[in-house]
Design a protein. Structure first.
Length: 149
């Protein structure tokens, strides 16, 4: 096999792997314009900017003085804690804590509480709320794929 053929095969394999990985993280659904969330993961949409929170990640987050602003452990459905990064910036973590009756999202010194249990939409747990001009974000949608919550 020629070296140039091998190089093109490797490039093609890398492009294919990146494409498959991207589809596995967030898959856009055409019906309602929302994202599909892989099993065990969460998606946070802050005023139209989506941030994925993948399960199975070791994380330590300290955002403020409240208990909902601290977490150390493994993210996912079992711990009911998820960490996402606003705009993909590793220095801008968000901490999502969920339960059967509420969800809390902490970002910087802001804490957003969803004081009702989740709605079930397309087999996903869904919280959404309008928070007005008092915080960094005014409209937040949280989707979590933890069917056994």
């Amino acid at each position: 096999m020629k070296r140039s053929t091998l190089v093109w095969l490797v490039i093609g394999a890398v492009i294919l792997a990146v494409g498959i990985a991207a589809i596995g993280v967030l898959e856009l659904t055409t019906g309602n314009g929302t994202y599909k969330v892989p099993a065990g993961d969460a998606l946070v949409n802050l005023d139209g900017v989506a941030a994925a929170a993948n399960a199975g990640q070791a994380a330590k987050v300290d955002l403020g003085s409240g208990p909902e602003q601290h977490f150390q452990g493994t993210t996912g459905c079992a711990s009911r804690h998820f960490v996402a990064y606003y705009g993909g910036a590793p220095n801008a973590p968000m901490l999502l804590v969920i339960s059967k009756t509420q969800a809390t999202l902490a970002y910087g010194s802001d804490v957003y509480r969803f004081d009702e249990g989740p709605k079930l939409q397309n087999a996903l747990l869904l919280w959404q709320g309008d928070f007005g001009p008092t915080g960094t974000f005014s409209h937040i949608v949280v989707q979590v794929n933890c069917p056994q919550l």
